[in-house]
Design a protein around this ligand. Structure first.
Ligand SMILES: Cc1ncc(COP(=O)(O)O)c(C=O)c1O
Length: 406
């Protein structure tokens, strides 16, 4: 295929692609480690990492090899048959989390859908009808299909699509009193992110997660933790909730799980691991052999304790650099928060313009919840890359301030 220029791609996309991703004017054509190149050959430091997907950077040799080897053996096979990488991955993730059984799908939103269905069916089996309510939280994001979007806080995601799924009740994040106020006999599950990603990089406090665990145990409801963005080593633990020693009943994974291939997973503990019987739930592509083989390669690397320790150290190093920027731009930078290599910098003003300027300086980041610059670099990032990113961000912030003062 003759490569197209960015301009050609942009024009064709404007004509033939749904406009739901806006008017894009950057065409990424290749990547290696934490750097990508555009169609004109310009290089960027990628500190967004496919929104927490490229945890091993771009085209990590172990992932490339796993994909190559599996693709040469078997690319797809129905789940009516046993698939080696699917079964191995289920075992691997269960061992890592203390969960009992796993189900694989293709994305985060499908993992959420499956978990919501699981909770409702479990409650119907154990307590009868009338226990279908799921508590979700202000600031949450769980996906864009009907069930998951109904559990997503941002109105933009939910509005204009007709009636949302009934039986989702929102409480305030990190606020147990609000959870108590939302609770009722009808609650079958609590769905919570350990670190809210789209909501602005908000970590759940240890007391909050422990409090949710206690309430779920007391009321016989499932604690379902969405680790789709913050899991798979991102926060310095295999899954971020493990930092707080809270044992959930259900864990959701996706994004980084498949090493860049579409893969989502639901892991369930003792209570709910046998709820889905034949005919109750399934997926044609879910747990595809190539995606699962890539995931096994990812697990081998990111669950290594030394690797996880290094993620924590790199996070501290990055935090230090961002702290220096906060001291230099106190009027602009309100706070820095996050865990491991999932870091948010809350600004006093909207951050979209800074994202654009940073890109001109060769740094890819994004802005979430309007005012939070979000950093999700590959976990394989080097300290020198982090220093370079901080320098580029420094230049972008200076330019932004200079523009604002004109
Ligand atoms: C915490 C969380 N849950 C669910 C999702 C949905 O995942 P997907 O986009 O793969 O459907 C996302 C995506 O950003 C997410 O961050």
């Amino acid at each position: 295929m003759t490569p197209l220029t960015t301009q050609q791609l942009a024009e064709t996309a404007r004509t033939y692609c749904f406009p739901n991703y806006g008017d894009r004017d950057l065409a990424i054509v290749s990547g290696k480690g934490c750097r990508v190149r555009d169609a004109e050959g310009n290089e960027y430091l990628d500190f967004l990492g496919g929104i927490a997907v490229n945890s091993l950077g771009h085209c990590h040799p172990a992932v490339v090899e796993a994909i190559r080897a599996q693709a040469a053996e078997l690319i797809h096979c129905s789940n009516l048959y046993l698939i080696d990488p699917y079964v191995r991955l289920a075992e691997r993730l269960c061992r890592e989390t203390g969960m009992k059984k796993a189900f694989f799908c293709n994305s985060g939103t499908e993992a959420t859908e499956a978990a919501m269905k699981l909770a409702r069916r479990w409650a119907a089996n154990t307590r009868g009808d009338g226990h279908a309510t799921i508590i979700a939280f202000e600031g949450s994001f769980h996906g864009r299909t009907y069930g998951s979007m109904s559990a997503t806080w941002n109105k933009k995601v939910r509005e204009g699509f007709g009636t949302a799924l009934s039986g989702v009740r929102f409480a305030n994040f990190n606020d147990l009193e609000s959870v108590d106020a939302a609770w009722g006999e009808d609650v079958c599950a609590v769905l919570v992110e350990t670190v809210q990603g789209e909501g602005g990089v908000n970590p759940a406090s240890h007391a909050f997660l422990t409090g949710l665990r206690e309430r779920c145990s007391r009321a016989d409801a499932l604690l379902m933790i969405d680790e789709i963005q913050c899991g798979m080593g991102r926060c310095g633990y295999p899954f971020a909730y493990q930092g707080g020693h809270v044992q959930p009943d259900v864990v959701l994974a996706a994004k980084a799980l498949g090493g860049g291939l579409p893969l989502g997973g639901v892991l369930a503990g003792e209570k709910a691991c046998d709820v889905f019987q034949p005919g109750t739930h399934g997926s044609t592509f879910g747990g595809n052999p190539v995606a699962c083989a890539a995931a096994l390669a990812v697990c081998d690397i990111v669950f290594d304790p030394d690797f996880l320790e290094a993620v924590g150290e790199k996070g501290c190093h990055f935090w230090g650099g961002l702290g220096g920027l906060q001291r230099e731009f106190p009027e602009l930078i309100k706070t820095i928060r996050g865990l491991g290599l999932m870091i948010g910098m809350e600004l006093t003003r909207p951050g979209a313009e800074i994202v654009k300027i940073a890109r001109r300086h060769g740094l890819l980041i994004n802005c979430t919840a309007d005012k939070v610059l979000r950093f999700l670099p590959p976990l394989t990032v080097e300290q020198s890359d982090i220093d370079e990113a901080v320098e580029k961000l420094h230049a972008a912030l200076k330019e932004f301030e200079a523009q604002a003062n004109v």
